[in-house]
Design a protein around this ligand. Structure first.
Ligand code: NAX
Length: 333
């Protein structure tokens, strides 16, 4: 049998939220595959320690065959020790009436501290996925304050947006979502993200066909499609009175699974990664790109044709990320 991998989930007590939806998926093999035993480390803060302990009790009661150990703790060092995969769901949520800067400041201090703990105590090849918002900028802070973790090992989640875009195309063409691939989310996991279907394809009887041609409605692709994906999170909150949890958890598993086990041939996915300047995106920004993964490494898909409409949208979201970066740095004092 394979030796177990240790997966850290921060913010794990978030009841009925992402942590609670994510942990059973990891324990069932949805993140690392059905033959990979796992040890789960769950971190949360003191006020949530009782709920955290309840999650641990439920995990034990689920008798998951792949689950080889559970640690529930409020101690960052214990949580990060020996971790192979870190999924950072914990963070500070904006409360009504709070300034953007105050929320940023709280998250900057959380991600700065957790960066050092991961750097010192996680496995040297630990892969990190930041889910908590502002996801791209939290990941940027983590990268800056964990300089000994290879920057390619630090990513943020835009796979939920990617999956939402696949879902919209599948609904619009009335085809199974598994027949749709190669949409792209460019930029920030925020309302400035650019969901791009120009290169997406649909598997049909005669092979892969352009989704854009099959849809035959560029107007829809440039307006409603984009806003529906950008605003899907808000639509879920309105309907559920809580933010997306099962879809966010599922997409976090998709992100890590594809990163570790590889993307299928001919398929790319969207991941927030450190820009190397590809497509004119300022180097060093954490920006969502189309990537393929092989042997545990992602690479940005190169050579896609970018039209004027796309260029403008890609620049708007890059600009927002630069502003977030400036704001985050101003919180570092
Ligand atoms: P919850 O508020 O239910 O959970 C957050 C948890 O983090 C809480 O249990 C809290 O106690 C804990 N926490 C706070 N500070 C901590 C610290 N210093 N160390 C460890 N834990 C800490 O939120 P939930 O709905 O689960 O969402 C989690 C985060 O994901 C939020 O920031 C949310 O905005 C973000 N999202 C990101 C998405 C993405 O696609 N990137 C989509 C879904 C989600 O909205």
């Amino acid at each position: 049998a394979k030796p177990p991998l240790t997966v850290l989930v921060t913010g794990a007590a978030g009841m009925r939220q992402i942590g609670y939806a994510l942990i059973p998926l990891i324990a069932k093999g949805a993140m690392l595959g059905p033959n990979q035993p796992v040890i789960i480390h769950m971190l949360d803060i003191e006020p949530a320690s009782q709920s955290l302990n309840a999650v641990k009790m439920e995990l034990i009661d689920s008798a998951f065959p792949l689950l080889k150990g559970v640690v529930a703790t409020t101690d960052v060092v214990e949580a990060c020790s020996g971790v192979n995969i870190a999924v950072m769901v914990g963070g500070f949520r904006r409360k009504e009436g709070m300034e953007r800067k105050d929320v940023m400041s709280k998250n900057v201090s959380i991600y700065k501290a957790q960066a050092s703990a991961l750097e010192q105590h996680a496995a040297p090849d630990c892969k990190v996925l930041v889910v908590a918002n502002p996801a791209n900028t939290n990941a940027l802070i983590l990268k800056e304050f964990a300089p000994s973790i290879p920057e390619k090992n630090i990513t943020c989640l835009t796979r939920l947006d990617h999956n939402r875009a696949l879902g919209q195309i599948s609904q619009s063409l009335d085809v199974p979502v598994s027949d749709v691939k190669n949409v792209i989310i460019w930029g920030n996991h925020s309302s400035t993200q650019y969901p791009d279907a120009n290169h997406a394809t649909v598997t049909t009887f005669s092979g892969d066909e352009s989704a854009r041609e099959l849809i035959g409605d560029d107007k829809w692709l440039q307006t409603e499609f984009i806003t529906t994906v950008q605003e899907r999170g808000a639509a879920i909150i309105k309907a559920r009175k809580l933010s997306s949890a099962l879809s966010a958890a599922s997409s976090a598993c998709d992100h890590i699974r594809d990163w570790v086990l590889g993307t299928p041939k001919g398929t790319w996915v969207s991941m927030g990664v450190c820009s190397d300047g590809s497509y004119g995106v300022p180097p060093g920004l954490m920006y969502s790109f189309p990537v393929t993964c092989d042997k545990g490494q992602w690479s940005i898909v190169q050579g896609l044709k970018i039209d004027e409409f796309s260029r403008e949208k890609m620049d708007i979201t890059a600009k927002e990320l630069m502003e977030e970066k400036t704001l985050a740095y101003s919180c570092l004092n």
